[in-house]
Design a protein around this ligand. Sequence first.
Ligand SMILES: *Cc1c(COP(=O)(O)O)cnc(C)c1O
Length: 543
Amino acid sequence: MLDILLLLDQPNDHSVASFSVSEDAVLYNIPNTLTRTSHFLTHPVFNTHHSETEMMRYIKRLENKDLSLNTSMISLGSCTMKLNAASEMIPLSWQHWSKMHPFAPADQTEGYKQITDELSSYLCDITAFDACSLQPNSGAQGEYAGLLVIRAYHASRNEAHRNVMLIPISAHGTNPASAVMAGMKVVVVKALENGYIDVEDLKAKAEQHSQNLAGIMITYPSTYGVYEETVKDITKIIHQHGGQVYMDGANMNAQVGLTAPGLIGADVCHLNLHKTFAIPHGGGGPGMGPICVKAHLAKFLPGHVSLGNRHSSMGNGQLTAENSTSIHHAVSAAPYGSTSILLISYAYIRMLGAAGVRNATEYAILNANYMRARLEGQYDILYTNHNGECAHEFIVDLRPFKKSAEIEAEDVAKRLMDYGFHAPTLSFPVPGTIMIEPTESEDKAELDRFCDAMLSIREEIRAIEEGKADKKDNALKNAPHTQHVVISSDWKHGYTREQAAFPLSYIRENKFWPSVARVNNTYGDRNLICTCEPVSSYVEAEA
Ligand SMILES: *Cc1c(COP(=O)(O)O)cnc(C)c1O
């Protein structure tokens, strides 16, 4: 160590000498008109943490405000917030993976090529498709890429006019957005009472737009959390009218090893590797949304200049540069998207193996149905199949409580924070509901804690319904309760502090304190608020 320090001290080491920067250094190559005259980074946060010790504590304080998987389960339906195992993530910190440039020459990236080739073929196996492009960086970008592939396919058959995309009312918002971006016209298909796609409406619309039908975007199991037995009829109808079937793969955690998009009649799908295949997500972190396609679409997969406009894809060996008529232009900057994080999904699949990934799917479904069964009777479960079962997630209807107790879905979501839980997905795909997806990563004890919390909240709602608790001043309407509020000498509520912050005994062992109380959502959405105020002003506002 000392040797290194001595080396750095050599006066003729220019690389070190050039680091010295003087206060009034001027960069002469920047025109006067472009030099900054305003102040910047004036918020105290940028000039209060001067030592590494203070910086470390500041970052830890920020972390403490965040309820993440290291506190309790995050049951965000449709988002598949599963374990991101340490063993899957460790390779990202290894230099020989992390220091690679995305455009490094092929003869220097053979290790990566092995990983991307093998991963592509695993994903083809899992989807029962023939070729894969690892280029798209998110599910939404995968949708966009997949729809461009469909467009290119129609164009190659002199049917470039096919531009109508059918999208069920239950679809994720990215579906219609991607269709519009890909230059298509969106036609919405209705749902039945039980949440299934209305096949009669679908038939009628496919017929009506038969001449111009590009295809359909479906999610399976649907975003309502049920496997529709009609899914094969749906894909058949679309094919009869010359359309292609895009399957949104966000719910693959309910399919892997049990069924596959290729088996239910889809032609192309994306996979959210940051959902089903263990890449961490949330906070806008990097995702990966590769697309897999049937053989007839393989030649239309995205290309990339760094590959000499060859495919960024591979299938079960049959794809070559020569037969390429791809959509040619890339859909993202790098040929294989955010390549380094593919290591996580690769490790997930390799370490679990075929039996393991299937097991994961089975546990995900079992866990969801266990929770559904515990909550049933106390809450209305919105959609189930004819056996009363859900897939890997289910929707709890909270709308009845609006009438019975003036309680809204948001109140339940906020109250769960007092119980130490992140809220499930709120008001998607149905307003006034929550969608719970436990994943296979949670053990029974954690599932039970969450159910206990939900059942305890149901009793709190019942107390309001029966007039035992006030309609305005209750633990739900005032949730979440901050430490500041609970310890205040000025406690005027009609329930105890213990009820507010420690409503069940398990909470004593692992209390999470929300750092802010309820904010006015609508006001916040409609008014642009500058966050450059001193942090102290927020404390005053909360008080
Ligand atoms: C998450 C999700 C998407 C979009 O995926 P991103 O990776 O977030 O872009 C699309 N459809 C469904 C059903 C989803 O849950």
